[in-house]
Every structure is written in C-alpha cells, then in structure tokens.
Design a protein. Structure first.
Length: 496
C-alpha cells in the first residue's frame, strides 16, 4: 500500500486559492449587502412617503407628509425611527419568523439620519404651488389644457384702462361745481372749470327729454347711498353675510415658519399663475359657492383681500368690483350719445331746481358718475345673486334708466337682469386674482388650507410648515464588522 503526500508547493497553492475564494465570497457578500441596503432604504422611503396626509389629499389633491404627526412642531426623530423600522424588514427578512434561522447576510444594526428635507412653506411655498398646479391638472385636465391664454389677465388690463379713463375725467371738478351750486356760491365762471364736449345734437336731444318737475336730485341720493356701506347696498335681501373670522397672526403668511434644512434639490419652479388661480376657484369656497363647513366661508375673497373676517373680505372685494363696474359703466356713458343727452337732461333738471341752469353741462359730468355708480350697485346685486354682467355694457345690457336714478335704492333686488353672455361673480374674482402675484396667491392658499384643516378637518394643531415634500435620507448598517451606507432622495411629484 502506497502512502500519499502533499508537497509544500501544493500547500502554498491551496492556501492562495482558498484566500482568493474567501476574498471573493467576502466581496460578493459586501456587494450584495450594498444592494440590499440600497433596496431597504428605497423601500423604507416609499413606505414612509406612503403615509401622506389623506385628508389633505382628499380635500385639496396635495401630497405631503405631516412630519408634525398631529402636533405643531416637527417630529423629525419619528421619521428616522420609522425609516429604520421599515428598513429592518428588508435587512432582516426573518425578523418575525417563528423559526430562527441564520440569515445569508448578517446585518447587525441599522441607523438612519436625515440629511435634508423640504417643507411646503419653503421658498415662498414653491413645493406647495407645484403640487397645487399638478392637482389642478389632475382634477380638471380639460380646463388646464385650454388655458393657453389668460382671459382674466386680459379682462384686468381692459378694466384698468377703463379706470384710467374715469380717473382722467373731470369728475372731481364737476362735483365741486355742484357743491358750490347747492351752497348758493356758484358763478357763471364755474361752468368753465369742467371740460365738457357735448355736441349740438346731444344738447338738442336733451331739450326733448322731460323728466318732470318732481325729479329728485340723483347726486344727493348717491351721497346718501354711499353712507350705507357696500354690504347693505349690494348683498341681496334675505342673505346673511358670514360672521366667521380667523386669527391671521396664527396663519403661515403672518408667523415665522419652521424651515427645511440642507440643500435637498427640490425642482419646484415657478408655478403657472393661471393654473394656480384656477386651483383657488375650484378648491376653495367663495360668496356664491359656499360649502357651509366650519371656518371662513369666503376663502377666495381672503386670497384677494387678506382680512381676518368673511365680512371684511367680502366688503373689500365688493368695493374693488364696484370700482371696476363703475369705471366700465362710466366709459359706456361717456361714449354713448343717447346716454350723454340723458345725463345732460338730468343735470338741467337739477340745476334748474338750484337756479343755476348755466351750470348744467358741468354738473352733467357729476350726474354721469352717479349714474355709473348706481348701475354698478345694480350690477353687484345681479352678481351676488348668481347672475352675469358683461365687462363692457351695451344698450341692451344697461339696466337703470335716468328717470329711476334718484330712487335706485328703492328698486332693491328687482334691479338687474341676468346677461347670458356676461361674466359671473367667479369670473370677476378671477380678474381680481389676476392682479395678485403668484407668491401672494400661494401664500393665501397655504393660509386657507391650514385654516380649513384646523377647523373643518378636525386637526387643531395642523401646520403647513410641518408638511414635508422632499427628504434626503442616509442609512448605515453593519455587515459582519464592515459599515455600509447609502443615501436616497425622495419627493412627491417625482417618485410618487
């Protein structure tokens, strides 16, 4: 029987082969560990972001992770704890197994750390406005697709031109002449203080108009009406104005908000202003479209005015709409020959009663302004009842006659006809929103979202500056004495 033998050279060769094999196995284990770690981090981030605030999404189509967890301060430690917990199910697949078995990759521990995060309020609400525009596209794609042209901005420009025309007129001088006449201080020289351009045909037409000897002074009637306030004049009878209010100092736009950290690359750019305004009109209540929930009822009006109560916001919006309608009506009266003759006839009746008939052409400008104002009040009544009023009037859409001008308040809700081709209240709100900057609209929207979540949604400590839109997370784990790490950037709108 022969005995085998192993030479020293073969032993050395076997040692080298075993070393190479061990190194290869270790390298494969480390590579596999990195892959598993990266997968664990990605899956844990996916699970973490899957805990978005469902109430916020259902109401407004917004995807944000409430890092406050129902509190008014950020609970960042809970984010890392949850990341570690979710990752552990990938790193330790037999974690909940009833039969303990050795795992192929022996991870001893894992530790998550937050490198950076972006909040909804950061950068003036960049992440919020991006999400709002996306929600608008998802909720009403046909509206979003057809908004290549900003009609509201065009109407705003048109109304601004009309306001300039009215401001450039001699209304102030005409009113001063009228006041002098009422105080018996007027002279014939006062007639030259106001620029008038009545044609001979208009003067002749005015002579043919008879308003009766009992025709009341419309300028005095308008002065009394203005003292009543816009809410009493414009809000339809029987309609109760909301008494809801909010502490504006508690809202994101007025307080020092918490801020994100680090340079988490949030690609939210400039929002589409038109989409953002449409988002406001589609997701938030206003006077003619109230939901009746707890909290402010006229939230679009808040975006425009920014006051603490529904009544104040409505009042501010109606005063602004009054200016728009008054300027448009004055522009129509200034260019319509028949209406100009009627204003001159009314002025002649007023001046005859004051024994200053020579001042009629000058006072006619003040009558024209009063007529535009009275027609504007009638317009607002129609709008607040859900009707439509064209931005530029015609003879067919004009409502108030010069005969009814002194007693236009007595007409009440009977004044005003709906015009199918006109703009409704919501479209006039769009004109006012178009005058606001994107940043202002975004700021107001965040205020109203937080307010509604606190009141109607039953989350009294909800804060927009606790809503996370993006996170850059780092996860470290120990694999057989070797530390492995990986990072993952995750944000709504890209990964979601």
């Amino acid at each position: 029987m022969k005995r085998g033998s192993i030479t020293l050279g073969l032993c050395l060769a076997m040692s080298l082969l075993l070393s190479f094999a061990a190194a290869a196995i270790h390298s494969a284990a480390v590579s596999a560990g990195r892959v598993v770690l990266a997968s664990a981090l990605e899956q844990s981030m996916f699970s973490l972001f899957g805990e978005y605030d469902t109430e916020l999404f259902d109401r407004y189509g917004l995807l944000f992770l409430d890092a406050g967890r129902g509190k008014s301060a950020l609970q960042l430690q809970k984010l890392t704890d949850q990341t570690e917990e979710y990752a552990s199910y990938i790193l330790h697949p037999r974690k909940q197994s009833m039969i303990p078995e050795r795992e192929l990759l022996n991870f001893q521990s894992q530790k998550a750390s937050l490198l950076a995060y972006t909040l909804a309020t950061d950068g003036g609400g960049a992440a919020f406005s991006e999400q709002a525009c996306r929600a608008m596209k998802d909720a009403a794609p046909s509206i979003a697709a057809g908004m290549a042209k900003d009609a509201a901005a065009e109407n705003l420009e048109k109304s601004s031109l009309q306001e300039h025309l009215m401001n450039d007129s001699d209304i102030g001088s005409a009113q001063a002449v009228y006041e002098s006449a009422r105080n018996a201080e007027a002279t014939e020289e006062d007639s030259g203080r106001v620029k008038t351009d009545f044609t001979d045909a208009e003067i002749a037409a005015a002579k043919q108009i008879s308003l009766g000897s009992d025709y009341q002074d419309p300028i005095a009637a308008a002065a009394s009406a203005r003292n009543m306030g816009i809410l009493a004049l414009a809000v339809p009878s029987g309609v109760q104005v909301s008494a809801a209010s909010v502490r504006v100092n508690d809202l994101p736009s007025h307080r020092a908000c918490q801020r994100g950290i680090g340079a988490a690359p949030d690609s939210a750019g400039m929002a589409d202003r038109v989409l953002l305004c449409e988002y406001a009109m589609n997701f938030f209540p206003y006077f003619t479209n109230c939901g009746g929930e707890e909290g402010l009822q006229y939230q679009v009006e808040y975006l425009i005015a920014g006051h603490s109560s529904d009544a104040e916001n409505l009042k501010a919006v109606l005063n602004r709409l009054l200016v728009i309608r008054e300027a448009s009506n004055f522009s129509f009266l200034s260019t319509n020959s028949a209406k100009r003759a009627e204003t001159l006839a009314a002025a002649e009746a007023v001046c005859s009663a004051l024994l200053v008939p020579y001042l009629a052409p000058a006072v006619a400008v003040a009558v024209r302004a009063v007529w535009a104002y009275a027609e504007a009040i009638a317009d607002l009544r129609v709008l607040l009842k859900g009707g439509k009023i064209p931005l530029v009037k015609t003879d067919a859409s004009w409502q108030l006659s010069v005969e009814a001008l002194p007693g236009f308040l007595a007409a009440g809700d009977a004044v005003g006809e709906d015009e199918p081709e006109g703009l409704d209240y919501s479209q006039y709100l769009r004109i006012l929103l178009a005058a606001k900057t994107t940043r202002k609209v975004t700021s107001g929207l965040m205020d109203m979202v937080e307010h509604t979540m606190r009141t109607a949604a039953g989350k009294p400590e909800f804060r927009m500056d606790c809503c996370v839109s993006a996170i850059n997370m780092k996860l470290k784990a120990n694999l057989d004495g070797r530390e492995l790490s990986g990072t993952q950037y995750y944000r709504y709108g890209v990964n979601a």
